[in-house]
Ligand binder design. Structure first.
Ligand SMILES: [Zn+2]
Length: 336
């Protein structure tokens, strides 16, 4: 009987927070440092994330699955999932006002409690609306994200995100840093009542602990910063291009989404994962060749443009070109 009870307890715990383990301390940086490009290449512009005037539009993707899409090309998207018993929200957006927009959208669809809020990374534009969610909403994130936020302050982050909001620091007014309650390591899952939701960490990508939310039955993924929307390329923000590729390969081996809702950009098909892997393959190979032919890093990256075989969303061309040059710098460093 004792063994049986212990087994049941283990099962119950693993449903709520599986594989909890502390992240490696070496990966943990304060959010402020995550948001500050150390050495931007020529032509690089910070991602335009100013939430002022942003209206999130609700799009129903399947029964119980909703995207919240920004009305500008790159400001944050979010989402929510409704089961028979409860609601789960994906990312709380930039500040209290934006977080409230998400809560209001949930309330337009259902009265069920918002029992879970998932934070996909430690950047302010994904977590700064946390504080307006109900007190009994449990916030879930990768343990590394929690560690990063625990050594951050709103003021520090606001200063370093200045470039993404056209210097308008008033968008951070009223923000209180509310830390997630539950950390996970590789996978967390919950059943909201006839609707299972998974959250995965496949490895480092744009930042060290980018997490992906997945509906296995409906085959819909929320990829946040790991995979931007349709007609984009990745941004190897943290520098590990080969690691980023390995992470995306693991994602492709583990889940098979038909629909991808990114944290930034338009809704994409599942094929976007393979496009990202192919792009990273290409630049790693090009960097290797450049290093072998004694091309300098600057000559390799400073004026580079994206191979036209990767069609780019026209409104994002300048931003993506900056990301591309950044990626080339990183790939070149790795090839040496
Ligand atoms: Zn983001």
């Amino acid at each position: 009987m004792k063994v049986f009870t212990a087994f049941l307890l283990t099962c119950a715990l693993s449903t709520v927070h599986a594989d909890i383990a502390p992240a490696e301390q070496t990966d943990v940086l304060p959010n402020a440092r995550l948001a500050t490009p150390p050495s931007p290449p020529p032509g690089f512009i910070p991602p335009p994330l100013n939430p002022r005037g942003i209206e999130l539009e609700t799009r129903q993707l399947s029964d119980g699955a909703y995207a919240r899409m920004s009305n500008t090309p790159f400001a944050d998207n979010a989402g929510f999932i409704v089961g028979e018993d409860a609601v789960l929200v994906i990312d709380s957006h930039f500040n209290g006002e934006m977080g409230q927009q998400i809560i209001d959208a949930v309330r337009a669809v259902t009265d069920l409690p918002i029992r879970y809020l998932l934070n996909t990374n430690a950047f302010g534009d994904h977590v700064f609306g946390n504080h307006v969610f109900p007190e009994d909403t449990r916030i879930i994130a990768h343990q590394g994200t929690i560690d990063s936020l625990s050594i951050s302050t709103v003021e520090g982050i606001a200063q370093t995100m200045r470039g993404t909001v056209n210097g308008d620091l008033s968008v951070f007014d009223g923000v209180k840093l509310r830390l997630p309650d539950v950390g996970f390591d590789t996978v967390w899952s919950v059943d909201l009542g006839d609707r299972v939701v998974e959250m995965h960490w496949f490895g480092p990508g744009m930042s060290p602990h980018d997490s992906v939310v997945y509906l296995p039955k409906e085959k819909i993924a929320w990829t946040a910063n790991l995979l931007f929307g349709a007609d984009t390329i990745p941004w190897a923000r943290s520098g590990g291009v080969a690691d980023y590729r390995a992470t995306l390969r693991k994602m492709a081996d583990t889940i098979s989404p038909n629909t991808i809702v990114s944290g930034h950009g338009r809704i994409a098909s599942g094929k976007a994962i393979h496009r990202y892997v192919s792009y990273l393959d290409d630049i790693l190979e090009q960097a290797k060749q450049a290093a072998l032919s004694n091309t300098t890093g600057d000559d390799f990256s400073a004026n580079a443009i994206i191979d036209p075989k990767y069609v780019i969303e026209p409104e994002l061309e300048t931003l993506m070109t900056g990301f591309h040059r950044w990626n080339l710098q990183a790939a070149y460093r790795e090839s040496r």
